[in-house]
Design a protein around this ligand. Structure first.
Ligand code: SAM
Length: 346
């Protein structure tokens, strides 16, 4: 165990068998050492700053049928919605006033959003908020489409790879979806010049420790600017309704490892982490995360973007939630900052 910890502290990818053993003891005292080291590395690049990203969940209509996801097309119980450009711009306006300098447009793979329509949304935000970053998270599209979105003014793209093992990928998705295509999308995004984010769910059904090690290897090889990980949480109207959720410990431990392996990465303490534990986001920050993504979507639609059961959604106005989040961060010695929070160049 000592050897593995020493390798991780140097930022080296550890010897696999040892790493597997360490991962199999999520409450081992070595994790405290790793968490502390992860905090230290995070402070080297980001001090105690926490970047905020305003999340706008602008459509829950999706053509895909991912087995884990509450907004999959087969879920007849999901109440579908799509935000108009006017509604999205109103979310941005509220967010900008509150100090958000990144807007994240996330949604299902909704055929309504042709390149033309989505580029219009991006271009209108870009025109009004030239000093803000625009992040998209709208799934798999063609390289040409990604290029058009980039040219329209989007800067960042989040596309979790979900799992780096194609056999595991096939257990989480129907056969129309393939890991190879997802990886192609990630590579296209990076080549086009997007700050690119990948990531995976922790504790997704059928996930093994070997799979997690493959995920970590992929991260090191791909060198993303952002990594989104959060626990898998079941949704009652999906094929995985009865599967157990991922754990807080495992997620937090993996955040630390990711910070040590990718020191400069932008790493959110995700909503899913805040959902499985009331202090999940704080514990994520204390494990090396440096980003939080409060919800800027209109209150009326928040409960409809239900990827998993009990997703935190206080029903509070964005201003109130942000004030709460600021306090939470201050209590643990960190502060929310108003800045774009780009990936550091040096
Ligand atoms: N459609 C886009 C895509 O595929 O990237 C973006 C939206 S998708 C709903 C965003 C992420 O939610 C997925 O990448 C997945 O990892 C996560 N997610 C979906 N269902 C989940 C669940 N039951 N528990 C935890 N995370 C989930």
């Amino acid at each position: 165990m000592h050897k593995i910890v020493a390798q991780l502290l140097k930022g080296e990818f550890p010897e696999k068998e040892g790493l597997k053993e360490l991962l199999s003891f999520p409450t081992h005292p070595a994790w405290e050492v790793l968490k502390q080291a992860a905090r230290h590395v995070r402070k080297r690049y980001y001090g105690t700053d926490v970047y905020i990203r305003g999340l706008i969940e602008f459509t829950n209509i999706c053509k895909n049928d991912c087995y884990y996801c509450g907004i999959r097309k087969s879920n007849q119980k999901a109440e579908r919605y799509r935000l108009t450009l006017k509604q999205v711009l109103s979310c941005c306006k509220t967010g900008y006033r509150l100090g958000f300098r990144t807007f994240v447009l996330q949604g299902g793979e909704d055929g309504y959003f042709t390149d033309e329509k989505l580029c219009l949304y991006v271009a209108q935000i870009r025109k009004r908020y030239p000093d803000c970053a625009i992040t998209l998270s709208v799934g798999e599209r063609s390289r040409e489409s990604y290029q058009k979105l980039f040219d329209a003014g989007a800067n960042r793209y989040l596309l979790r790879h979900e799992t780096a093992n194609s056999g595991h990928y096939a257990k989480l998705h129907p056969s129309e979806l393939a890991l190879k295509h997802r990886m192609q999308c990630l590579s296209d995004l990076k080549q086009i010049g997007f700050q690119t984010g990948c990531g995976f769910m922790v504790g997704s059904p059928f996930q093994t420790l070997d799979n997690l090690i493959e995920d970590l290897e992929f991260l090191v090889q791909f060198q993303p600017e952002m990594v989104g990980i959060g626990p898998f949480i079941p949704h009652c109207d999906t094929p995985f309704a009865d599967e157990p959720a991922g754990t807080l410990e495992m997620t937090v431990n993996l955040l630390s490892i990711i910070r040590l392996l990718l020191p400069k990465v932008l790493l959110p303490a995700t909503t899913a982490l805040g959902t499985i534990d009331p202090n999940g986001r704080e514990l994520g920050i204390l494990a090396g995360a440096n980003v939080v993504m409060p919800n800027l979507s209109p209150i009326a639609v928040r409960k409809k973007y239900l990827l998993y059961n009990n997703k935190i959604s206080t029903g509070a106005e964005a201003a109130e939630s942000l004030a709460d989040l600021k306090q939470r961060m201050e209590r643990i010695g960190y502060q929310v900052v108003t800045s774009r929070g780009d990936y550091p160049k040096e």
